[in-house]
Ligand binder design. Structure first.
Ligand SMILES: Nc1ncnc2c1ncn2[C@@H]1O[C@H](COP(=O)(O)OP(=O)(O)OP(=O)(O)O)[C@@H](O)[C@H]1O
Length: 237
């Protein structure tokens, strides 16, 4: 679904991502892990076109898709409309806009009737329907996260990328978000790429893991192969 090869990225003179090779299989729920500051958000932002890579390739499309897209040639907007949904770290809800207005911001590139797309999201997140007129800033952290995920799902992505969606959210909502990702993946085949530092969540929700350490991809495999040794070496603070 996503194939990254030889990717390097710099912030000014600071070399942040080093020769990253990483495959995200179609239909997987892959958890990108690593300690703080190791480059996880930067890698997601390279995929979304929000920071530019200095070299390497990022290909997107089904594994048997002859017409795979070279994402580095597309603008950030075009990447979203080609089927990549993104829930950024910190959610980026417009706090002065209503829930409905926040959702409509996700529909800008949509050809389908907005009402149908919105109804689909309300079915997945009934709490959003009850709160349509509330301001985004008045929602709890968990409700804001559901709003951010709902907004990303409006364009019916094939790949959903989430950056630490459970940060600052109460445990029962964290559990619900995990259930939602598992259900969407099972029912619609949505491929999920998630940055998450909480091990129990990763072990419950992910099918696969990838680890970044000091800007390098150092370990990968099915989540069942994530060993205590890898955790100690690359993840424990
Ligand atoms: N806009 C920026 N300009 C300069 N340096 C940056 C910028 N954003 C991040 N960095 C640096 O790049 C490195 C990787 O940061 P990044 O946020 O990608 O890591 P991360 O693994 O997502 O960390 P966290 O878990 O804390 O979000 C860090 O050293 C960080 O300080």
């Amino acid at each position: 679904m996503l194939s990254i090869k030889g990717l390097n990225q710099f912030y000014g003179g600071s070399h942040t991502l080093w020769d990253i090779d990483m495959d995200i299989p179609t239909g997987s729920r892959t958890c990108l892990m690593g300690r703080n500051g190791m480059g996880k958000t930067t890698l997601l932002r390279c995929v979304m076109g929000l920071v530019s890579a200095s070299s390497g390739s990022i290909q997107f499309g089904s594994d048997d898709d002859a017409a795979r897209l070279d994402l580095r040639k597309l603008s950030a907007d075009a990447r979203a409309s080609h089927g990549i949904g993104y829930v950024p770290q910190g959610r980026e809800i417009f706090s002065q806009l209503s829930v409905e207005e926040n959702l409509r911001m996700g529909l800008i590139a949509k050809r389908e009737r907005p009402a149908d797309a919105l109804e689909r999201v309300y079915t997945q997140f009934p709490v959003l329907k009850q709160m349509l007129r509330r301001r985004g800033g008045d929602l709890s952290g968990g409700q804001q996260q559901q709003l951010a995920i709902g907004r990303a799902l409006l364009l019916q992505p094939r790949l959903l990328i989430l950056d630490e969606p459970c940060e600052g959210i109460q445990p029962n909502i964290v559990h619900e978000i995990g259930d939602l990702l598992i259900r969407l993946n099972a029912e619609t085949g949505l491929t999920v790429l998630i940055v998450e530092q909480k091990l129990p969540f990763a072990r419950r929700v992910a099918s696969d893991f990838r680890i970044l350490d000091k800007g390098r991809a150092v370990a990968a495999g099915p989540i069942a192969d994530l060993s205590d040794e890898m955790v100690r070496h690359h993840l424990t603070v």
